[in-house]
Design a protein around this ligand. Structure first.
Ligand code: SF4
Length: 63
């Protein structure tokens, strides 16, 4: 599974990084970047929660 952040929606609230810092990194441009290409099984539930809490619905998942 891969996570994708739509940078046209992302506003850098960093709620994703709070949930899963192993996967999301908010940088100086106030956009969240994916730092782990393939999401391992053990992180999937937390990544799913990051999708739910993102106030801009900017995160999508791809199998
Ligand atoms: S929670 Fe959503 S809007 Fe905020 S930094 Fe993460 S992806 Fe961007």
């Amino acid at each position: 599974m891969k996570a994708i952040v739509d940078h046209s929606l992302c506003e850098g609230h960093a709620k994703c990084m709070d949930k899963v810092p192993e996967v999301f990194e908010v940088r100086e441009d106030d956009r969240s970047y994916i730092v782990l290409d393939e999401i391992p099984e053990e992180l999937r539930a937390r990544v799913g929660r990051a999708v739910q809490v993102c106030p801009r619905a900017a995160i999508s998942l791809e199998e």
